[in-house]
Design a protein around this ligand. Structure first.
Ligand SMILES: [Zn+2]
Length: 476
């Protein structure tokens, strides 16, 4: 893939010995090994003796990503990429929109649970905002829907006419049909994605179809003509692309796929699961008649000190997601995250962006003086002015992303977690991402004969859940 390198050298990290040169070499070596081609390097170097860190090249790199000339940004270590996790999540979101991924030579991006939760929250919230489902407009929207008008965007396969009524796009509809038919025939999602790629078929945004985008298509009842809006379903809303029989058949095919066959290797609860006797419970495999059974077992090996791996994990993930959808938790979490955002916005980065914008504005007014006094001609003035204006625009966008673009309201968080839930339910999330979300929020799980007791990392809250159906039945 085509990559660019990003290196940053800050005086505070001088001690770790990774000079710009060392970072560059590590990145080059990594690319050679992985077969990536380096287009160029972006380098930010803090001037000795100053405390402010230049981020000019970083912002330039973000801006250049829009030109779609590269697909990867490679850093030596993630702390080179951004100063804070929020900053990192925001920047990654910008890159993601341009189809660019960030890769670290030394670590996996998914290694930081907070970055994952933030990324998923941002991703979920983007979905939320793009759907524009604010409470105030909902009513008006319902009226529109009742009149056969679609709100927001229509799914792939459709477009809208001037009255916002959905109309089938024949070429796209045939792709949709292929996806449904192949899936019903037992073809794996990954294979469907590959086949589409081979045919050069792209999503509306111009990207390759991913497992996620294909799943979203297969799960969307819109293709049968039903429009799901909020909690309501409007049957026979539009002309169907898929008949209900095929649609339903595809939905049943999802169920047996919920657990991946090789998902078992990672014990998600290692380190946080304990038995009521106080001992840690660890992963354990048993082989019976050529089949593998996976458990967590108490170190004391007591007769009741074990539980099936998948049952324990599914229960804990379900409990966690239930916990995260509680109104009180959402409210507290939204306050905590907003506070964090506020701290970031008052950080050096925001201050520096503000300074850069002011400097540019000053340059602009000096330029105007030069032009008015006849020192420079109009062509030069216009050219320089355009450059300055573009930079101001870029920095201002960055600043607004830093300051106020992201509001962690409880309802936005709820949408984000719902999105996460959707991904987990449909096996669209890697095991290590699920593990990261568990370790972000769950401090400890204790298995009793009749219940789990989960202590969340969030303000030290603990809740007991019934072991059989995982309903919370006792608040501690
Ligand atoms: Zn025990």
């Amino acid at each position: 893939m085509i990559a660019v390198g990003y290196c940053r050298f800050s005086s505070e990290n001088q001690a770790d010995g990774f000079s710009i040169e060392a970072q560059k070499n590590a990145i080059k070596e990594f690319c050679k090994k992985e077969g990536h081609q380096i287009l160029r390097f972006y380098v930010d170097e803090a001037k000795t003796g100053t405390t402010t860190e230049g981020r000019t090249s970083f912002l330039e790199m973000l801006d250049d990503s829009k030109k779609k000339q590269f697909e990867l940004v490679i850093v030596h270590k993630l702390d080179r990429f951004a100063r804070s996790r929020i900053d990192s999540a925001i920047s990654k979101q910008v890159l993601k929109e341009n189809g660019v991924k960030v890769i670290s030579v030394l670590e996996h991006l998914d290694d930081s649970p907070e970055s994952i939760i933030l990324e998923s929250v941002l991703e979920g919230m983007n979905e939320y905002y793009s759907q524009n489902l604010s409470r105030e407009t909902k009513k008006g929207q319902r009226v529109a829907v009742a009149k056969g008008r679609v709100l927001g965007t229509v799914p792939y396969g459709y477009t809208t006419d001037q009255d916002k009524k959905p109309v089938i796009v024949p070429e796209e509809a045939s792709v949709v049909k292929t996806i449904f038919n192949q899936f019903a025939d037992g073809i794996q999602l990954a294979t469907i994605a590959r086949l589409l790629k081979e045919r050069g078929i792209k999503t509306r945004a111009g990207n390759d179809f991913s497992l996620c985008s294909i799943t979203i298509i297969i799960k969307n009842p819109f293709y049968t003509g039903d429009y799901k809006f909020g909690d309501n379903i409007y049957p026979n809303f539009c002309e169907p692309i898929i008949d209900r029989e095929l649609f339903n058949e595809c939905q049943t095919r999802f169920k047996p796929r919920i657990r991946h066959k090789d998902k078992g290797s990672l014990y998600l609860l290692t380190g946080i699961l304990f038995h009521s006797c106080g001992q840690a419970m660890t992963g354990y495999k048993s082989y019976k008649k050529g089949k593998v059974y996976q458990y967590y077992r108490c170190r004391n090996k007591e007769p009741n000190g074990f539980i099936k791996k998948d049952i324990a994990e599914k229960t804990i993930v379900d409990c966690l997601l239930t916990f995260l959808s509680e109104e009180k938790i959402l409210k507290d979490l939204s306050e905590a995250l907003s506070k964090k955002i506020k701290q970031t916005s008052q950080s050096k980065d925001a201050a520096q962006l503000k300074k850069q914008i002011n400097d540019l504005k000053e340059q602009g007014s000096k330029l105007l003086d030069l032009y008015l006094s006849g020192t420079i001609d109009k062509a030069l003035y216009t050219a320089k002015k355009t450059t300055i204006d573009n930079s101001i625009k870029l920095y201002s966008n960055q600043l607004s992303a830093c300051l106020n673009a992201i509001k962690f309201t409880p309802s936005a968080l709820k949408m984000a977690f719902d999105y996460y839930k959707f991904k987990i339910k449909n096996s669209l999330l890697e095991s290590n991402s699920i593990q990261a979300i568990i370790t972000t929020f769950v401090k400890k799980v204790v298995l009793f004969d009749d219940r789990f007791e989960i202590t969340f990392q969030f303000k030290d809250m603990s809740v007991a859940y019934r072991r059989d159906n995982a309903l919370p039945y006792l608040k501690i």
